[in-house]
Ligand binder design. Structure first.
Ligand code: TTP
Length: 357
């Protein structure tokens, strides 16, 4: 088989993760202190794919480029392709056609996480040589996903977010394509939501009698496009970490699997893992509970934090109740005001959510 290329989709609107996505790309939100996007690049690198294009949006492209660079740190070569508008996954494929040429490729949604990587799938694709290979997983709410119908081990129909799904098999955000997908993407019309849907392009392959092979994924898969999924992905990845205590512990207890990165300092704290505390963080008189990822240079003081993600440079000070199931952007301040009048004081961006005791 010709050499496989990689295509990672890291554009899009990210409306479901506002307000984080007002200022930053959702693919850079860290899971266990590492941008989601990096897991996809790494999965490709491990599968031997070293020529990868990343689709970026005009608004967030520079930030993604700065984060992932030329790819040398992953052992791959990264090319960036700007998609003018988030006009759909099949539109992203067409945008990348000059890069992809006549080569087969793996397409990976940049906000997805797949346990176990893609090495087995790449092997199945090479061995069976279908026209396309899609990954499926049973879900409890298929109406929110692309859904596939199978017959005799082949895909016969696909539907994007169907109100009455024919099966519970959702499309996972990793696909393998031969170049026939380009003509299919050109042949379809935009959907009701105005996007060129990859499900329609794949359906087009099926309708032409081409072979679309399904593969049911073993292990977990997460689309991190919503807050709860992001926290869940953080939980799943933190469940796999090994203890590594590089920071400074002063009168502090650490239980379970915990990573404390270099330059972090914990004074009179209890950390119950799995948890990760980023480089240069300052934690004083606090409790950090399971499934928490504290970003670089964060401050936590006289507070309890659990099952949460804090991005870099945020601070949480003097809370009476425990903060949990939260996602804080960069440089967020949450703190107690002691002066009169004692009141809640907020400076909150559009589409924020705050729950209070
Ligand atoms: P989605 O999460 O389906 O779309 P979105 O990013 O617009 O988010 P939302 O629905 O919350 O508004 O996209 C999946 C991945 O593909 C994600 O990493 C963004 C990327 N993408 C593109 O690169 N180009 C596109 O045109 C679209 C629609 C998505």
């Amino acid at each position: 088989m010709d050499r496989l290329k990689g295509l990672i989709l890291s554009g899009g609107r990210g409306t479901r993760l506002r307000p984080i996505t007002h200022t930053s790309a959702k693919q850079l939100v860290p899971v266990a202190n590492r941008p989601v996007l990096f897991y996809g690049i790494q999965a490709m690198a491990e599968a031997g794919i070293d020529e990868i294009a990343i689709i970026i949006a005009p608004e967030t492209g520079a930030e993604i480029r700065a984060a992932a660079g030329d790819g040398s740190r992953f052992g791959v070569r990264l090319t960036y392709i700007t998609q003018d508008q988030p006009a759909g996954l099949a539109h992203a494929v067409l945008t990348a056609e000059p890069f992809l040429g006549a080569d087969p490729f793996v397409m990976y949604l940049g906000d997805n996480l797949l346990q176990g990587g893609i090495t087995d799938l790449v092997a199945a694709f090479a061995a069976n040589r279908p026209d396309a290979l899609i990954l499926l997983t049973p879900v409890s709410d298929p109406q929110h996903y692309g859904v596939a119908e199978l017959r005799d081990g082949s895909v016969v129909a696909l539907a994007e977010k169907p109100p009455q799904p024919a099966t519970d098999l959702a499309l996972v955000g990793v696909y393998m394509f031969t170049p026939v997908i380009h003509d299919a993407a050109r042949a379809i019309a935009p959907s009701a939501r105005g996007e060129l849907e990859i499900t329609d392009a794949i359906q087009h392959l099926v309708d032409r009698g081409l072979r679309v092979e399904p593969h049911i994924v073993q292990g977990w898969w997460k689309d991190t496009g919503r807050l709860d999924d992001m926290l869940e992905a953080n939980r799943l990845i933190l469940d796999t970490i090994a203890t590594k205590l590089d920071g400074e512990l002063v009168g502090s207890d650490v239980h379970g699997r915990v990573v404390i990165e270099p330059g972090a300092r914990l004074e009179r704290c209890t950390v119950r893992g799995p948890a990760i505390i980023g480089a240069g963080a300052r934690l004083t008189d606090c409790y950090v509970g399971p499934y928490t990822a504290v970003g670089e240079r964060c401050t936590i003081e006289r507070a309890e934090v659990e099952h949460s993600i804090l991005l870099a440079d945020s601070s949480v000070v003097g809370l009476e109740g425990r903060m949990e199931s939260s996602l804080l952007g960069r440089n967020v301040r949450i703190g107690r005001t002691d002066h009169q009048p004692r009141a809640y004081r907020f400076m909150v961006g559009d589409n924020s959510e705050i729950g209070i005791l």
